[in-house]
Design a protein around this ligand. Structure first.
Ligand code: GLY
Length: 418
């Protein structure tokens, strides 16, 4: 009998150790307090309710500029973030008014499930309907939206060049942007929901092609890789929103970090974990990353000559990139042992602290009701420069919610299906 107890004891210790490999963050390692996180979530809730009070039901807010709200069509890539933020705040507070506010927007967003003209359906439908499914009893209603939407996204995949096409139209041939890594979680989840492996296969193929072609030896990424759709070769590596083609556009690096962390979560393939860690290393050790860990809009902004047309804007920060990176690092920390995991956690904590300071977090009822200030949409397009952005708020609140789960001893990630 004793012998069996010993064997079971060893098996138990072995299994606990294996599970712990993916549950590294201990409560003792957390340095931000429950009071701090809960206060920021409460402030965000008051602020978003103020924003909502200024909107018509059909308005989908994107930013606030020169004292005016900018609301885009539901077909704009940002349309899922506002309802998604409301849903995260509902998760944190159980305040049903937030859920009701989100549901109003979902009605106007649903038609995008038929949109085959964009790769952004993960942002648009998964941040919104995905969270709605996870948090409500209406899953059967949302299942159809998500599966139809995933089919629309899948229609943009071609076996040659083995990627999902990002944009339509000139001057590109078959452009694929690093941002597109963010639409893959949606496909993985729909494969699990439906039992159809097609979507997962597309996600894995897309990620592998991106690993091959979108990165430099230092693991910074190009923004756009343009392919020849006939033979799959790379025609050009360019930027659309960065400072120059060979620069490291800050939000693009954050999208990559987050995207490969999710790839590891969904596949448990170590090569994606390595890629995420290499991107983290580029980002966190970059000599041009400011001490407060909110990056300039481009890591190479200091290389712009004084006669460059972006020169006067070169020192602007992008809070949205910091919010995305903070949320991603909280997850990456769970897949990283010892010192490495603790250092990802510490960096995420510092990012959350900076974003929650007066420098970035808006005062109550200021900033049009958006939570964060000082993001950059696109300097090359001269749009959304040093403004609040709906996706900065979304990923900031996601990071707060992820941190709250850790404080509560819960898993950092809650998926529809694990
Ligand atoms: N997906 C566009 C952006 O990050 O601005």
């Amino acid at each position: 009998m004793k012998k069996y107890n010993l064997i079971f004891g060893f098996i138990f210790i072995f299994l606990s150790a294996s599970f712990n490999m993916h549950a590294q963050t201990k409560k003792n390692d957390l340095t931000l307090s429950k009071t701090f996180i809960n206060q920021n979530l409460a402030d965000a809730t008051l602020q978003i309710k103020y924003l909502d009070s200024q909107l018509k039901p059909e308005d989908i807010p994107t930013t606030y500029k020169d004292g005016k709200h900018v609301n885009w069509e539901s077909s704009w890539w940002c349309s899922g973030f506002y309802p998604g933020t409301l849903l995260y705040l509902y998760e944190a507070s159980n305040d049903k008014a937030l859920l009701d506010m989100a549901k109003v927007k979902l009605k106007y967003l649903e038609k995008e499930k038929y949109n085959k003209g964009t790769h952004d359906l993960g942002f648009m439908l998964f941040c919104s309907f995905g969270n709605a499914w996870r948090l409500t009893d209406d899953s059967s209603a949302y299942k159809e939206v998500l599966t139809t939407g995933a089919e629309s996204l899948a229609s943009r995949f071609k076996p040659i060049p083995a990627t999902i096409r990002s944009w339509d139209g000139k001057p590109w041939n078959y452009p694929v942007i690093i941002d597109n890594m963010m639409n893959l979680e949606f496909l993985f989840q729909v494969s699990k929901i439906t039992g159809n492996p097609k979507y997962k296969h597309i996600a894995v193929t897309h990620a592998n092609t991106t690993t091959k072609n979108a990165f430099r030896p230092d693991f910074s990424s190009y923004h756009v890789v343009d392919y020849n759709a006939e033979d799959g070769t790379v025609i050009a590596k360019k930027t659309a929103q960065g400072a120059f083609d060979e620069s490291a556009w800050a939000r693009g690096q954050a999208w990559g970090l987050y995207g490969y962390t999710v790839m590891y979560r969904e596949t448990k393939d170590k090569k994606y974990l390595e890629q995420a860690k290499n991107i983290a290393s580029f980002y966190l050790n970059h000599p041009n990353l400011p001490e407060d860990l909110v990056p300039y809009w481009d890591f190479d902004q200091n290389k712009l000559a004084s006669d460059n047309k972006y020169y006067s804007k070169k020192d602007l920060r992008d809070a949205s990139a910091a919010a995305i990176a903070a949320s991603a690092l909280l997850e990456l920390a769970q897949y990283s042992k010892g010192k490495e995991g603790k250092s990802y956690l510490a960096k995420a904590e510092k990012m959350i602290q900076t974003l929650s300071s007066n420098e970035y977090k808006a005062a109550s009822k200021e900033n049009g009701g958006y939570i964060l200030q000082h993001s950059v949409g696109s300097i090359p397009h001269n749009t959304e420069i040093d403004v609040p952005l709906t996706y900065a708020d979304y990923y900031y609140v996601e990071a707060l919610v992820r941190y709250k789960r850790l404080l509560d001893g819960e898993k950092v990630i809650k998926s529809i299906i694990d």
